[in-house]
Design a protein around this ligand. Sequence first.
Ligand SMILES: O=P(O)(O)OC[C@H]1O[C@@H](O)[C@H](O)[C@@H]1O
Length: 318
Amino acid sequence: MTPVLAPFPEMLPLAETLAPLIGADLAPVDWHQFPDGESLVTLDADLAGRDVALLCTLRDPDRHALPLRFAAETARDLGAVSVGLIAPYLGYMRQDRRFAPGQAVSAPLFAAFLQESFDWLVTADPHLHRIPSLDRLFTIPARRVVTAPLLAEWIAAHVDDPVLLGPDSESQQWVAGVAARVGCPYEVLRKHRSGDRSVEISVPDNPALRTGTPVILDDIASSGRTLVRAIERLREAGTRAPVCVVIHAVFAGKAHADILAAGARQIVTTNSIPHASNAIDLSPLIAGAIAETAAGLTFQQLESPYSDQAKWSKGSKK
Ligand SMILES: O=P(O)(O)OC[C@H]1O[C@@H](O)[C@H](O)[C@@H]1O
């Protein structure tokens, strides 16, 4: 039977590109929010005997998580034989340890919450800086889409004389990898965060920055403070206006406007979270990852366009 792709409302544009790539019928989730804050989700499609993938990006996870679980359990209740989750942005991954006494370690708690309702998961570059891979968090098959090849393609095609900049030491390996693909120099900035919106950045002296175009690469722009501070320091150092390439366009509050006001020449993001800055389409990579992660189900088997994707975990839910 034809599998079903069921996107939450804001993910409909990505779903329309993705559905033909994975050979699925589209069945959008209707999400009604009552005045008292409760949700009613509706899956008005024949799901009996079918493999179902829900598509929901998990920015603002507190708001999305419960309706998402309701939708997954409803799909099963309506006869779906399997229910997978495509969450191009997976929230809560940054709280992966107890940074102060008594804090919740939210990343494994959120993973445990999700996998109670899903048979497999596909996400894009989760913020796993201290947890080595998704299989430390999930026992269901869970695959990470690696966006680096697409970021490199975009930079090579759109930026003259790029010099890639990672915002902090944690980004070293990742930025080095993208720079190697582009064939350009890179540098890693020094960052100190003392609060949600308190970030200080310093820029090492690098001769390439005197002539090239700085391209700040970051996985997430949330408050935007990291990018704002980096841009301010670069402009003080007399560089060209920087380009910002970000995977996940979280952009809390007026973060996007703040980054532009600080002097960014351009901000581009992937479509893991819908935003006007989306310029890099992840659907071919997501399709390849679904075909591999949901192997054995009816999602069309596709060749992933990139063969160097990170290893993925296998497990069994049932
Ligand atoms: O500075 P904001 O935008 O709030 O947060 C995003 C930054 O915080 C880090 O965890 C991310 O990797 C990124 O560098």
